[in-house]
Design a protein around this ligand. Structure first.
Ligand SMILES: *Cc1c(COP(=O)(O)O)cnc(C)c1O
Length: 339
């Protein structure tokens, strides 16, 4: 019996384009470099989180919730996407922004969160998982006491229901790759909370896709932590939806060495990729995720690992607005990491 995907609300403009990057390919020594434009899922609704939110908010609405609660860093793309989607659907959004904001004046995603009418709760990064869970529970309890019906979605919307966004995208990619006349290729994506890579891997198994391999580039935590995170998420999703697939951790391809000094701390080579893409293609990457992942692609092309025998598809997962929160870094006026 075919698996029935959960209910979905339409938020993203799909399918997003799959196109060759001709000038960037030439600059990288006549590589076969393509891009999947998941930065074009929308304007306010841009980036990879929208695909996940289509299912999470679909479930929230179906189960009678009127409020979505989520969390992230002050410049979280996910929180901005949630705030925009909630406004679009007439839901309340409460954002737990954990960590130091970059500026006194709200900029980038944080500015948009406010504009979309989300209620923003700023707090320090909790020291332990227990402290973190307490912050979330306190918020949910308060909202229920105030008469709201909240649903929580975790960091990056990376929960089993959210994985369906990229389970679906895996099929979308297979169709586009065939239509482009590509036999086989590699797909590379930035990796942090895991729902994007996890969804693609599950989708590939579920739809029996053979045309491509998927690679994740950790940008926030070490390879062992992220391998575990994605594997746990995949197993939970398989269990919850009873997916008829055989998953084991060997399905996960992670590329080490591109975190740099830490999460949301850019480095020179990444900023160089960001600027090269903007100049050569008119496409804007972001300093937190996609610039680092693109670094892995460019190095892979140089080493002959990607884009030689077969094309490499860079999945652009969004993040445009965070450029506006770190202008000096993006323009190379201060040493990356200091901006
Ligand atoms: C969240 C995010 C990612 C990482 O995706 P995960 O599903 O959290 O692993 C990559 N790129 C951008 C721009 C993001 O906002």
């Amino acid at each position: 019996m075919p698996v029935q995907p959960p209910h979905r609300v339409e938020l993203a403009r799909l399918p997003t384009p799959l196109t060759p990057l001709l000038r960037r390919s030439a600059e990288l020594g006549n590589a076969k470099l393509w891009i999947k434009r998941d930065d074009l899922t929308g304007l306010e609704l841009s980036g990879n989180k929208i695909r996940k939110l289509e299912y999470i908010l679909g479930e929230a609405i179906e189960s009678g919730c009127d409020t979505i609660v989520t969390e992230g860093a002050p410049q979280s793309n996910h929180c901005r996407a949630t705030a925009a989607a909630a406004a679009r659907l007439g839901l309340h959004a409460h954002l737990l922004l954990l960590g130091e904001p970059a500026d006194e004046q709200p900029q980038g995603n944080l500015l948009l969160d406010t504009l979309f009418g989300a209620t923003v709760h700023c707090d320090e990064q909790p020291a332990s998982e227990t402290a973190h869970n307490e912050i979330v529970e306190r918020q949910l309890t308060q909202l229920r006491a105030d008469g709201y019906s909240p649903r929580f979605t975790p960091l990056g919307a990376s929960e089993p229901v959210g994985c369906w966004g990229y389970i679906r995208a895996a099929a979308e990619l297979a169709v586009q790759i065939d239509a482009a006349g590509i036999d086989t290729c590699d797909i590379v994506v930035a990796l942090s909370s895991g729902g994007t890579l996890g969804g693609l891997v599950l989708g590939k198994l579920l739809h029996r896709v053979e045309q491509y391999e998927v690679w994740g580039v950790p940008v926030s935590d070490d390879v062992a932590t992220l391998r575990q995170r994605v594997a746990d998420l995949c197993r939970k999703t398989i269990q919850l939806f009873n997916l008829p697939i055989n998953f084991d951790e060997s399905c996960l391809n992670l590329i080490d060495g591109y975190i740099g000094p830490g999460y949301a701390m850019p480095y020179e080579a990444a900023i160089k990729q960001l600027r090269a893409m903007a100049v050569a293609e008119g496409i804007v990457l972001d300093p937190v995720y996609t610039a680092k992942a693109m670094c892995a692609v460019a190095d892979g092309i140089r080493d002959g690992r990607f884009g030689r025998d077969r094309p490499v598809v860079f999945l652009h997962s969004g993040g445009l607005f965070s450029n506006f929160a770190w202008p000096a870094t993006v323009l190379g006026k201060v040493r990356p990491g200091e901006g």
